[in-house]
Design a protein around this ligand. Structure first.
Ligand code: AMP
Length: 422
């Protein structure tokens, strides 16, 4: 029979890589919860119009990258390409504002985009995201960047750069749009087909276009900084002042626009400056989206968030991973000894230890090989002779030492030895 393969751009996470993913996820939970964020889980599938209305009809994600299908009743559904829209929908649907005027939530989960797969870019990928609602003060913009930075620091990742920009409020955006359309009109024929179609409705997308010709034109365009309202300027200055105060280095990048329409004022990305990730070197992107809650049917509510790409973090971690738990292996030979082994691993597990045994009837030599294979720190060796004598041998695989333990003390002595080896 022929083998069936995974879908292009969708990866298996194999057991050998799991400890690295767990390190990322556990560090994220630990950091996010210290900042007061609580977990939220939303469905992987949402109504297509949720993403059209939030991410924007003329973005690459909505125009080209969504996995959209009809269910059996003809309803248009989409595999979520990002997490914010679903979170905003859920926050509104369950009115989380009823008992908290400023809820802060985080999520971990897979996202789907029909992009061209390459290293660091996949069609199913995992994001860790955070969203904070109800706070307009720039203090939280700086705090969310500090939180992202702390997470990276606790993962031990260096060589990273924070890039910051402001897209302005609604008023700044309207005047910038006019500036852009005027500046783009003479270059109209040189733009790619997508940009020719969307530069009047959504000229910001030209700034984000990956086509070389458009990139060259984008470099000549006026900067958003020229169109910022006084309020937006003051907001950006306050974010920068707090970042300086916290000692977080950043670079203002006037070219930074991000690929989603819902952002207002602060936007940021953190990228690896070394070549490890190649062209897909941005590990986190985020920003403020003060208009989105209202756009999705809620009261006007300021909000800000970010999303990390987990695969990229795992690539940057290299060999670093969660420390393995010390384990004990029980090697037994003979009918009674094997029964004792089964009772003993259960007793050890009940006390919180990681314990395994050989299921098949095998020689001691084969069992010790297995113990070595699973990386056991300790091995309990019991044959019918030991059982008759009322003791077991406790072997420390790293130190190579071996001692006899009376059977009634085996669980306690093994636990003590395991803890001592941590
Ligand atoms: P975005 O929502 O596009 O700003 O993405 C936020 C982060 O998710 C990026 O900085 C990447 O780390 C990650 N990411 C986005 N798209 C992909 C993808 N196709 N494959 C892997 N990671 C991705």
């Amino acid at each position: 029979m022929d083998l069936i393969h995974a879908i292009r751009g969708m990866n298996d996470l194999l057991p050998a890589e799991a400890a690295r993913w767990q390190l990322v996820e556990e560090t994220a939970r630990s950091v996010l919860e210290r900042y007061g964020y609580k977990e939220i889980r939303t469905p992987v599938v949402e109504e297509t119009r949720l993403f059209q209305r939030s991410i924007g009809e003329t973005t690459d994600i909505v125009e080209k990258e969504m996995y959209t299908f009809e269910d059996r009743k003809g309803k248009k559904l989409t595999l979520r390409p990002e997490g914010t829209a679903g979170v905003v929908r859920a926050v509104l649907e369950h009115n989380l504002f009823a008992d908290d005027r400023a809820p802060k939530v985080y999520y971990l989960g897979s996202m789907f985009r029909y992009e061209r797969p390459q290293k660091g870019r996949y069609r199913q990928f995992y994001q860790i995201g955070a969203e904070a609602f109800g706070v307009a003060d720039p203090l939280i913009d700086a705090e969310i960047i500090a939180m992202a930075w702390r997470f990276l620091d606790e993962l031990g990742l260096g060589g990273l750069e924070v890039r910051l920009n402001s897209l302005g409020d609604a008023q700044s955006r309207a005047s910038y749009r006019e500036l852009l359309v005027a500046a783009l009109t003479p270059h109209k024929d040189a733009l790619c087909a997508d940009c020719q179609r969307r530069y009047v409705t959504n000229p910001l997308r030209v700034l984000d276009c990956k086509v070389e010709g458009c990139k060259a034109i984008a470099a000549t365009l006026p900067s958003i900084a020229d169109a910022l309202s006084d309020a937006s300027k003051a907001h950006a200055a306050a974010v920068e002042a707090t970042l300086k105060d916290l000692g977080i280095a950043y670079r203002v990048d006037p070219q930074l626009v991000r690929g989603l329409d819902y952002y207002t004022n602060t936007i940021f990305e953190i990228s690896a400056s070394s070549g490890e990730l190649g062209s897909q070197n941005t590990v986190v992107g985020g920003g403020r989206y003060d208009g989105l809650v209202e756009q999705l049917g809620g009261q006007p509510t300021p909000a800000i968030g970010f999303a990390f790409g987990v695969e990229r973090l795992v690539l940057l971690l290299g060999e670093k991973q969660k420390a393995a738990r010390p384990r004990v292996f029980v090697a037994a030979l003979g009918v009674e000894a094997r029964k004792w082994a089964m009772r003993t691993v259960e007793a050890l597990r009940a006390m919180g230890a990681a314990a395994e045994l050989e299921y098949e009837s095998k020689s001691f030599k084969a069992q010790l090989k297995r113990a070595d294979k699973i990386g056991a720190k300790l091995v309990l060796v019991v044959g019918d002779n030991e059982l008759a004598g009322g003791y077991a041998q406790l072997k420390d695989m790293t130190a190579g030492a071996q001692r006899q333990i009376p059977l009634q003390d085996v669980v306690a002595a093994t636990l003590t030895a395991l803890n001592a080896s941590v």
